[in-house]
Design a protein around this ligand. Sequence first.
Ligand code: GCV
Length: 708
Amino acid sequence: MCVLAGLALAPAAKAEDGHDLWLRYRPVEGPARAPYAAAGTAVAPTARTPTLSIAHAELERGLSGLLGAAPMVAEAGSRDGVILIGTPATSPAIAGLALPMKDAGDEGYLIRTVSIDGKQTTVIAANREVGVLYGVFRYLSLIQTRQPVDRLAIASAPKVGLRMLNHWDNLDRTVERGYAGQSIWDWWKLPDHADPRYAEYARANASLGINGTVLNNVNSKSLSLTAPWIAKAGALADVFRPYGIKVYLSARFSSPIEIGGLKTADPRDPAVKAFWKAKADEIYKVIPDFGGFLVKANSEGQPGPQDYGATHVDGANMLADAIGGRGVVIWRAFVYSHEQPDDRAKQGFSEFKPFDGHFRDNVVIQVKNGAIDFQPREPFHPLFGAMPKSNLGMEFQITKEYLGFATHLAYLGPMYEETLRADTLVKGKGSTVAKVIDGSLDGRKLTVMAGVANIGMDRNWSGSHFDQANWYAFGRLAWDPEASTRDIAADWARLTFSNDQRFVTPVVDMMMVSRETLVDYMTPLGLHHQMGRSHHYGPGPWVKGGERADWTSVYYAKAGADGVGFDRTAKGSNAVAQYAPPVGACFANLKCVDEKDLLWFHHLSWDYKLKSGQTLWDGLVTRYSRGVAGVDAMGETWADMSPYVDAERHGQVSNFLKIQRNEAQWWRDASVAYFQTFSRRPLPAGEKAPPLSLEAYEAMSFPYAPGI
Ligand code: GCV
């Protein structure tokens, strides 16, 4: 019924492969076009600096695509409908307008409808040229999403200073936890050949305000700090510079030994200090605006200062001194050691909290959103709010290592939002993680939000069309960590597919529940780390033994005849004590803790009564099945969307939803089969028994799963 109605009105969309992302600039057609008839028919001449040339060209490209004709060049004030872009320094006309430029901040912009010599003019002005580029993208997005542009009074400035992607890209072009093909960095041909993709990449990121990129994996090689590789990074930096994007490199802590000929990498050793100082100088000679180093130290086998009895502070500050005022050192708090038997969830806090206030001003501690590792759901990391005298940055994962790779549709906006809006309560109500990250809670000036990129050589960049939404949402939240991810989803859906409300409403609703659906069929009620060993593909609640206990599923679920869940209350690991007292007390209290986090904090009997009145066992099974039903519902919604989406993209999403449906069922069946061996209780009425034996699920093997 709804499909037929749509077919009658929506013209058949042309095939698209998704390469254009949210920057498609397809023509505004039909009655929607009228309000824009006067807008954008002319663009005033723009100073021809590299960044302003890009901004000007983007404006022309966007307007040509959206309005069907290239805008003419006309002086502001010569006619109505002229768009004037620039900074007060590059445009006397803008300087003459006496706009409240401080509202644009350092990197933001103003977009205003003004009268110049009696003619209606749109001004896109910024203090820095990159702000003009951001403003141009915003202006075009208004037309793309069919918002009025005739009376504009917009001021927007980013709340976070360093908005960056972290690529886990290896030098051989494999990507750790990457599901979108090879790395886009064609190292072999760099520095002599700069693939056009690099500029496309920079343009896409600039459209979101992303202003930094760490090129290489945090599990890094010293080779990337040698002269030939610095030159390659330099060639990329040259492409990115006019788009306002700085290049950073992951630095391997043992580089002084591996490429410096030293016997030690002890950060207190004068020769080691000299090595890093010289290395930084060498990099800055090639890349004058180099952003700095990202370091994974003493974590998962990576070298670090603790190898020499030194501390994270010794290591980070030594590198920070080598960089000096030229850049930053981003030091990851994702640490847990082989020797430490304590709850892995506690180790980052235990290692870093005592060092609060000891790090240099140009050091940022980069903290994952949760205390384990990018699980489908984690309570916020206890370090947020706990280090007021240090710069603390956020690390989100955009690539879906634990969330079904590229073939499960899971919009991560609500997951990011859940963490950012979590209240640490450290300074009373409203001490949200977002306010830690944007620096406002503790008056910090150096602020960072990083996302582990989901970008590769696939034509659609992210391995699936819907995974583009996660890159997009990350960028928008880095600009404003308090933004609504529903609004962001709506913008993305309009930009990427269609402005038709019959498309936007159901698709946004589907996106907003998609991650919760995935949590239901993978790890409901606070379960975590239940996936296949090493590749993290599919269910693996039975995973045990091997190198380390905290790489196994049984360590986290602790299923037994007595019940299931990880006791992190005072009776257990007492991880709750790492939070501000009212937060920890709530997590520890069964009457207060949200059921979504139940088994993260509590080990409970299979007969524990949930709020619904169901037993824990029944509730667990019901949730797994609800997740499968949720994927069915997504499939139905998407099937109805065919009138609004080209067949190529519609078809790929449909196929992926079929994969997701099968894998959700697999997750449900395998998990139920496993946990039932402990619960020894019947399935709730109406629930089907898993079709295979537990042994059959356990025997499945996937040696070629991607992303390892
Ligand atoms: C880059 C998890 C991932 C690793 C990743 C690590 C990290 O353990 O599985 O692939 O390594 O996190 O964030 O350093």
